[in-house]
Design a protein around this ligand. Structure first.
Ligand code: NAD
Length: 295
């Protein structure tokens, strides 16, 4: 029978463990991790994510320092704020909610966050560390979504060594770091993208498929080998007609109804990768806090 990977439950366990750890750290150091959350503008989806991140962070005992800026704020002003937060002792992690308004250069902003406070793990220094490190080390600040996927894979208690893994998508926030993490687990990794030839053929040979594309239900049942593990990162909003009314439905990059019949384990959308991403952000903030005492 196909195992439906319960991201909500695994994320809850991770948060419970973090809560206990933060309480111990508070007793030891007399302080708790502080996470500065910066939102620029009022994109509805960003507001939903920021709200969820703030609530989850506070629940585990992280202090959230909220900065909601006008969409018209200049890049210079945002850089100034980040510089101030970089130098604040009570801020251990800084998160800039993406996307940023068009007049800002995203990479310039992400690069301005001090690497030690890089809660998302997007800074070139941390990307480099992830690429160089031999193991998925406890002190590294690793991009949250792919690390969440790895935790879910490990939760299956299977031997990852030598498994053929196909990562669909080569973005800096999901595809590339996902590949790095899987290489370190000794998987044989194929990174695929929009220019890849014969994606279905490559997928058919995969023991593990990680789909991070942003195309609703792209991965079909016939692409998937019997018994493969399928992690669906995609979050796509599609319109459906229900009882004559237009409704928005959240679907992944995988044709779930077909793939579920072939896979040995699969993540649903919603309730799969999404909750893990937030839990891993809290994990990174806690790591940054602990690292600040190692210096
Ligand atoms: P992106 O747009 O930056 O990258 C998409 C990648 O897919 C690109 O590398 C592109 O080459 C590849 N691609 C596009 N068309 C393809 C095709 N036909 N065949 C093969 N590859 C193709 O997207 P992203 O930021 O990596 O996000 C991917 C998806 O994951 C989106 O749906 C996003 O909403 C979702 N996401 C979810 C979470 C979460 O927490 N669950 C976090 C981040 C992203």
């Amino acid at each position: 029978m196909t195992h439906i990977i319960n991201g909500k439950e695994i994320a809850q366990n991770l948060r419970n463990n973090l809560k206990k750890e933060i309480s111990k750290l508070k007793n030891k150091f007399g302080d708790v991790p502080g996470l500065a959350v910066i939102q620029v503008g009022n994109i509805a989806a960003s507001s939903v994510y920021v709200k969820a991140k703030t609530k989850n962070a506070q629940e585990v005992g992280i202090e959230v320092i909220d900065h909601h800026l006008e969409g018209s704020v200049s890049e210079e002003e945002l850089l100034k704020l980040i510089n101030t937060l970089n130098n604040k002792n009570n801020v251990h992690g800084i998160l800039v909610q993406l996307p940023l308004p068009e007049h800002m250069h995203e990479q310039t902003i992400l690069d301005s966050i001090h690497p030690d406070k890089d809660a998302d793990g997007f800074h070139p220094v941390n990307v480099g560390k992830l690429s160089i490190a031999a193991h998925n080390d406890e002190n590294l600040l690793i991009p949250c979504t792919p690390y969440g996927c790895l935790i879910m894979l490990k939760d299956l208690n299977i031997d990852l060594v030598g498994k053929n893994a196909v990562v669909i998508g080569r973005s800096n926030i999901v595809g590339k770091p996902m590949a790095q993490l899987l290489i370190k687990e000794s998987c044989t990794v194929t990174i695929t993208h929009s220019k890849t030839k014969d994606l279905p053929g490559l997928c058919k040979n995969a023991d593990i498929i990680i789909a991070a594309v942003g195309r609703p239900r792209m991965v079909k049942g016939e692409w998937v080998k019997e018994g493969a593990i399928v992690i669906d990162v995609g979050i796509n909003r599609v319109e459906i007609l229900k009882d004559g009314e237009k409704k928005t439905l959240l679907v992944g990059d995988v044709e779930y109804s077909e793939v579920e019949k072939k896979a040995s384990a699969i993540t649903p959308v919603p309730g799969g990768v999404g909750p893990m991403t937030i839990a891993c952000l809290l994990r990174n903030t806690t790591i940054a806090f602990k690292n600040s005492f190692l210096k």
